[in-house]
Write a new protein. Sequence first.
Length: 496
Amino acid sequence: MRDAPPKPEKIRCDACPVMCYIADGRSGACDRYANEDGQLVRLDPLTILERRKEVGGGAVAFLGGDKEWNGDVISASNRFVTAVGAGTTYPDYKPAPFIVASEVNGVDMITVVTEGIFSYCGAKVKIDTDRHLGPERSFVRANGEPIGHVTTGEYGSQMLSLGGVHHLTGGTKKEGRVTCAALLALCNGEAVDLTIDDGSELTVQANKAPIINGITEKRMRVGCGSATAGMFASQWKGLVDEVVVVDDHITGVMSEHQAGKVIGWAETGIKVLGRRSTPGRYFQVAEPGTDWGGTNLQDPLAILGDFNPKTAVAGLSLLMVSTTGEHFAYYELDENLVPVEKDIPDRLQPSILRIEENCEPALCSVLFMGGAGGSLRAGVTENPVKLTRSVQQALTRVTCGGAPVFRWPGGGITVMSDVSRMPDNSFGYVPTPALVAPIEFTVSRADYEAMGGHMYHVMSLKDAIKGITGPQNDHVLKGQREIAPNADNPWPEGLT
Ligand code: SF4
């Protein structure tokens, strides 16, 4: 009887500090790399943008080494190798996985492509709603773990700041793991359930309406209460005696408001309970909440004091409306000058519809934010600060999965990118914990050489598309997928 063949040895992945030993047929801790017949394989296909491709391209295997490339049917200059699926050459003591030469409008360009491991990263989330989600600085939690906080609200939106190095590395092991998982899901466009201390329960998903305490938000407000009063002052004039636009931030009162004054609205003797900022603009009329205009009001009359009998008259009409038009009520003063609710008259219906019409759909926006100022730069150039300077001087263009980024001024390479403009499943993770995000640096060949780029590792775009990898790679690629670029994105190499 012959001995069984020796069991293949495990291979070691060095694409992140975990350094997994991976047995044949198994994948590493992050499921991004596997051991296939003794070869380290990057499992997700390399994603290539193809300018004339219909949306929805699938993954294809690379040609075998014995087959000839016939890719001239579609010019390579219409393709861009993104970092999605490209792999990592951590910790960047060797050049990035792909350093690709292309020609754009007669200019020789180089794109350095890598999947960066970001320990310093997070997501800024904009939630289009008037509703109060929780006090600023309150913890945002996923699965009970703090993963971020409520930050400064913006015009018509509430903002969350999620992730960051303190939650990824500075808390308990579970906090780091949960933070990383929530960021990964959000950045890959999945729905994530969150709770806010002393606030709401949320479901957040990029480019989808937020769900707040189980209710799907429909509309983003037309403006604050004061702006709404200004916008519709002339349309309401002659139809109703008084309008109050209820808003947690700035409640507008038409007869007192500058907009009402200049077009001749008469005084009504109304008294609004709140802190008067300027005429017709009131702060703090109620507590923040999820009802009328982002307040805790279910009965808007609670913000009114007694009407002044010297000015008010019985029969005076009053419209109260929220900044989205979601809440509205119509009143007339009785003989005691007390507002009595009545059916809203037909003449006022179009103005409510006009407010709704002017509200945009409520969405969640997720921006990945990361700092590429660390060792990742060494995969681009021998002198990392030269990449930083080149990016700061706008000689080098940064993209994430081919999507444009906003680069923060100041030191380092700190960028933000809208995840909905990136290819599907652009993000991965490693259990350190950290997020893996695609990043590409595109620069003219001359400038790349001048910054001390790894010129000996430059390969042609056609070779990269064929699946050929550079000598710096100790992994092979599983395949590639060609997808159409997002229609809202400029071509990542620029110059077109
Ligand atoms: S976690 Fe993933 S990237 Fe890191 S060593 Fe293991 S297989 Fe490689």
